[in-house]
Design a protein around this ligand. Sequence first.
Ligand code: FMN
Length: 196
Amino acid sequence: MPQTTTTVAVHPLIAGRWSARGYDVSATIDDDELTAILEAGRWAPTWGRIQPVRFLVGRRGDPTFEALTATLNRGNAGWAPAAAAFIALATTDDPDDAAKHEYGAMDAGLALGQMLLQTQALGFNGHPMAGFNRTAVDEVFGVPPGYRSMVILAVGKLAEDPSTLTEAIRERDAWPRERLPLDQIAFAGRWDTPFD
Ligand SMILES: Cc1cc2nc3c(=O)[nH]c(=O)nc-3n(C[C@H](O)[C@H](O)[C@H](O)COP(=O)(O)O)c2cc1C
């Protein structure tokens, strides 16, 4: 796994999470595992207890998975179909209603975060994708007005034998993972004054 570097130790689930592409196309996910990932999303914090987030769930080979696959952009279509499952997250959006817009998106992000960690805890890799045709997802699945699909979470098992992967996927998965240093993003007193 490309390294997660931190200034102090963080929880292994956080340190071990990354967005991989080199999935084992024969791996499957069982009912309890998939349900646990959905439960992690269901139990995310939710503004005003509104619970705006909805999930569209497909396992590799089933009609929902196939339909979601057809909406992926070219970059994602190259690796994501080897996932064991796709979970699309939809949430409220209404340009005239700040709560539905802002907190719908906030709640979806929180649900995704919890689902990623649950995915990791189960020994799978979770990889969020915004690279898909939202309009197509909304149409194919009958997402109602006032909701919009935000992200598709790919849940896959890392391929144990790298020779089953294309060179391009192997290379991409080896890219170093980087983040801005804390003193550039955590402030105290005033913007741009690093938290010490
Ligand atoms: C909302 C969102 C959308 C993303 N969409 C895509 C995507 O369409 N395709 C992709 O390969 N990665 C996608 N990613 C994954 C990011 O590229 C990845 O999180 C980032 O490169 C940092 O890498 P890490 O997750 O390994 O830390 C997305 C991540 C988020 C949070």
